[in-house]
Design a protein around this ligand. Structure first.
Ligand SMILES: NC(=O)c1ccc[n+]([C@@H]2O[C@H](COP(=O)([O-])OP(=O)(O)OC[C@H]3O[C@@H](n4cnc5c(N)ncnc54)[C@H](O)[C@@H]3O)[C@@H](O)[C@H]2O)c1
Length: 431
């Protein structure tokens, strides 16, 4: 099949490369010329495990091309995926300018039947708005499909290739059949392809992200209570996760959730529910707990040191989670701002997010080239993102490098007894 994917970010580039890997002819479109230039040279503008190789292979096979020319891409494609950003608008709702703008531009150059698939995360009703815009611009036949994406950054290629489920919102039988055929190779192992109306498909994505965010905030509250009553949240988490009705995923307390999706999607579901006269109370609490959790590690440091003024704090991990270079809404930002606001100096290191961090903090913090370099002369280490390389460090070397052996483990990565035995003052979350 000939496919166009508009938007070559974390979702569009992964989707485009994975469809090409299954033999489709895919043209990826972006209006960012620098990105397209980079992609045409075989480089990728973001860090995602396995993606560069996939892009390189499919480019070489000429199944995957890149362009800024949307009309040409539309003319040569039967299916057009919209995978552009839906950032948070000023009032908290999803800003649909990019999505609706692309829909209009697609419609203006359409001829013959096209399936326009919305892959961006959008509020209920967007498929209808896209349909109206397209109808206004063209007399060509078309179908609009809602196909929300559930991949996780850091494991995006794997998730796209082996999804837990595929959701297809489509009212038109022809589009339903085409989409089901397109996804058949990805669901051979039995993952369900759930075909439904567009409104339900659009709501699925927000409900899924809101549920995951709620689990994180819930566990962060269990961690708070654990500390107050002298329980160990790790033990509680294991017991909870063993319950098949609950399951073990997404039960890790930490420094709060971040990233390009959870914060904006929770906010957008709250706002779109409110617009229909419904107050989604649980989500207000989910957000409130998360904001407080992002500040908690700094409060612990302040408690320990009395004042952070003049202290040097090493920060390990800046990306909002491991295996990505993405710092959008990363808890590390709130933590570092808190530290700087309290008068501390920050020496930071992340395996992939250093360039993103420089764009955020400029020269307000020091950037280390390696994890150990960040520890040099530090009064404490704050472990913020649990990259593999931070899991089993050389503790003796750490002690030698640090001014004082104090560790604030925001991800409960280290063993408490071992840290004490090694002579560290050790603080974690809910233990
Ligand atoms: N990042 C994730 O993990 C993830 C997962 C599931 C769903 N989503 C959703 O998918 C959508 C895209 O997310 P992302 O993280 O890939 O975003 P992104 O910011 O990484 O990528 C968006 C891309 O769209 C391009 N773009 C914007 N306007 C354009 C236009 N008019 N024409 C062509 N290209 C244009 C941008 O240049 C950019 O490259 C969002 O709605 C997001 O909520 C994201």
């Amino acid at each position: 099949m000939r496919l166009a994917v508009v938007g070559t970010g974390y979702v569009g580039l992964v989707a485009g490369a994975c469809f090409a890997e299954h033999g489709h002819d895919v043209v990826c479109v972006d209006n960012n010329e620098a990105k397209v230039r980079l992609l045409r040279r075989g480089r990728i503008p973001l860090y995602e495990p396995g993606l560069e190789e996939l892009v390189r292979r499919n480019r070489a096979e000429k199944r995957l091309t890149f362009t800024t020319n949307l009309p040409a891409a539309v003319r040569q494609s039967a299916v057009i995926f919209i995978a552009v950003g839906t950032p948070q608008g000023e009032d908290g709702s999803a800003d649909l300018d990019q999505v609706l703008g692309v829909a209009r531009d697609v419609a203006r150059t359409m001829s013959g039947y096209k399936v326009i698939v919305n892959k961006s995360t959008v509020p209920v009703g967007t498929a209808g708005r896209v349909r109206e815009i397209v109808r206004r611009e063209t007399t060509s036949p078309f179908s609009v499909v809602s196909n929300p994406e559930f991949l996780k950054q850091g494991a995006a290629v794997d998730d796209f290739m082996k999804p837990d489920r595929v959701v297809i919102g489509a009212e038109d039988p022809r589009a339903r059949e085409l989409m089901t055929t397109l996804y058949a190779p990805f669901t051979r192992t039995g993952a369900p392809v759930l075909v439904m109306d567009c409104a339900s498909a659009e709501l699925c994505k927000y409900a899924a992200n809101a549920m995951l965010a709620a689990r994180i905030s819930f566990m962060n509250e269990v961690a708070r209570v654990s500390e107050l009553v002298g329980a160990d949240v790790d033990q509680v988490r294991r017991a909870l996760g063993a319950d098949r009705r609950i399951g073990p995923a997404f039960l890790f307390p930490g420094v709060g959730y971040g990233g390009s999706c959870f914060p904006k999607d929770v906010k957008a579901l709250l706002t779109s529910s409110a617009a229909k006269g419904y107050d989604f109370r649980i989500l207000r609490a989910v957000e409130e707990v998360n904001e407080a959790q992002k500040r908690w590690l700094v409060l612990k440091m302040q408690d320990h040191f009395g004042s952070l003024k003049g202290r040097t704090i090493a920060v390990w991990g800046l990306a909002f989670k491991p295996k990505t270079d993405d710092m959008r809404e990363a808890p590390a930002m709130a933590i570092i701002e808190g530290l700087l606001g309290a008068g501390a100096r920050v020496q930071a290191y992340d395996p992939e997010a250093m360039a993103a961090a420089r764009r955020v903090f400029g020269d307000r913090i020091t950037y280390a080239r390696r994890g150990y370099e960040a520890l040099s002369g530090a009064d404490a280490l704050a472990l913020v993102t649990e990259w593999h390389e931070f899991r089993e460090p050389d503790f003796a070397k750490m002690r030698r490098l640090m001014r004082s052996p104090v560790v604030f483990d925001g991800r409960n990565v280290y063993n408490r007894d071992q840290m004490k035995a090694l002579g560290f003052e050790y603080f974690s979350v809910g233990r």
